[in-house]
Design a protein around this ligand. Structure first.
Ligand code: UDP
Length: 383
């Protein structure tokens, strides 16, 4: 739990998140950073991993269960579709309520605050149920891009902030009053928005080649999707590129990648804390269709090849990237290779995709969301 010392005269904000993937934590941290940049020292805050810290067993293991579950795309997609209506998601919450009720009330007792912000779909309805008894403002910041599950939307929230117009339309279809949903963007850390160092200086520091395009490969926080197969296909095609592969928290994948004999320059990493540098020093991103990673790449003007998606949840992300011309959907390793070949042969195609990334980027999102939260707790910018 990330926590600042409570100051009685400052509004206190609690962020509900969980490490199911990397995106929820990144979003909460980006908003907190933006609050500190714009309203320094004016709020205190905590990040609470509701699953790890409060859910009864086995739900407290959700962050550990999520990676293996997400590696079963057919089952994931089935579960997503079966639950994705307001009625079904309400029924699931009703069934879970007797089991989780005490934990949620304990959360409310132990974390008094002036504003609660949820960046996780599964935390909205259970927490809002307790608001019959007490009333503090509750804001949902949706961290899926377009295909936003019914779990995100509960009309008892005071404000629901979404990244795209598609997500807003989704919320309205799920019965949310239009005036409650605001399109601001997906919050992204400030370092993505400013180049701290020249790309070549970063490459020198990292020991990456300076004379080849750098292809950055990421599978979200958990190293998901056919990352390994795709890296082998690029290697076997002997493309004149350097590969930088981030395996995230997937240690086995990292070990296998490190022990492989590569034909081309390859650098392998586990979970990295300096993703802005990795993106700013690369030429192309090959990634699963995670909303956080896509939003960060757009800000960095890094053209995107999407090699996998979580069915249901990330379908809309693929359409969004492809329709905006920011990247390509390449679900087979050969397709990734042929896209790279065409982008190497005609770099103007890659530059056009990079320009489209910048066009759809929302670098202001974290700051605008921070301003919306600040307005709710009545703080203003220092003169
Ligand atoms: N990330 C990171 N270090 C890593 C791998 C991922 O900081 O080694 C971050 C990445 O920059 C992004 C988030 O984790 O902010 C992944 O979020 P996304 O929504 O793309 O996918 P998820 O992991 O939530 O499915």
């Amino acid at each position: 739990m990330l926590m600042q010392t409570l100051q009685p005269d400052q509004p206190h904000i609690v962020f509900l998140f969980s490490d199911t993937g990397g995106g929820h934590r990144s979003a909460a941290e980006a908003i907190i950073e933006a609050l500190e940049l714009q309203f320094p020292g004016q709020t205190t805050y905590e990040m609470v991993d509701l699953f790890r810290e409060y859910a009864p067993p086995p739900l407290n293991k959700t962050p550990e269960i999520y990676p293996p579950l997400s590696r079963m795309p057919a089952a994931w997609g089935f579960g997503y579709r079966q639950t994705n209506t307001p009625r079904r998601s309400r029924n699931i919450n009703n069934i879970a309520w007797p089991y989780i009720r005490r934990s949620i009330y304990r959360l409310m007792e132990e974390h008094p605050c002036d504003l609660m912000v949820s960046v996780h779909p599964l935390m909205n309805t259970p927490v809002l149920r307790t608001f019959r008894d007490r009333r503090i403002p509750f804001i949902t910041v949706v961290t899926d891009m377009v295909s936003t599950h019914a779990f995100w939307f509960d009309n008892r929230a005071d404000l629901i902030i979404v990244p795209t117009e598609g997500a807003r339309q989704n919320g309205i279809q799920f019965g949310i009053s239009p005036e409650k949903i605001q399109v601001i963007g997906l919050p992204v850390a400030d370092k993505f928005c400013h180049e701290q160092e020249a790309p070549n200086d970063i490459r020198k520091k990292m020991g990456w080649p300076l004379d080849k395009p750098v292809i950055l490969m990421v599978g979200g926080g958990e190293g998901m999707g056919p990352l390994e197969k795709t890296a082998h296909a690029i290697n076997d095609a002997n493309l004149d590129v350097a590969l930088v592969i981030i395996a995230g928290r997937n240690r086995e994948l990292k070990n296998r990648l490190e022990n492989h004999l590569w034909n081309i320059p390859v650098s392998v990493y586990g979970f990295v804390r300096t993703m802005p540098e990795f993106m700013q020093a690369s030429n192309v991103l090959v990634t699963k269709a995670g909303p956080g990673t896509i939003s960060e790449a757009c800000i960095c003007g890094l053209p995107i090849i999407l090699y996998s998606k979580m069915p249901g949840q990330e379908d809309g992300n693929v359409d969004f990237v492809v329709n905006e011309g920011a990247g390509v959907w390449a679900p087979e390793p050969e397709h990734v290779v042929s896209t790279l070949q065409s982008w190497l042969a005609a770099p103007e195609l890659r530059w056009q995709a990079a320009a489209n990334c910048r066009r759809i980027a929302r670098p202001q999102a974290a700051r605008d969301i921070a301003a919306a939260l600040a307005a709710r707790v009545g703080i203003t910018r220092p003169e």
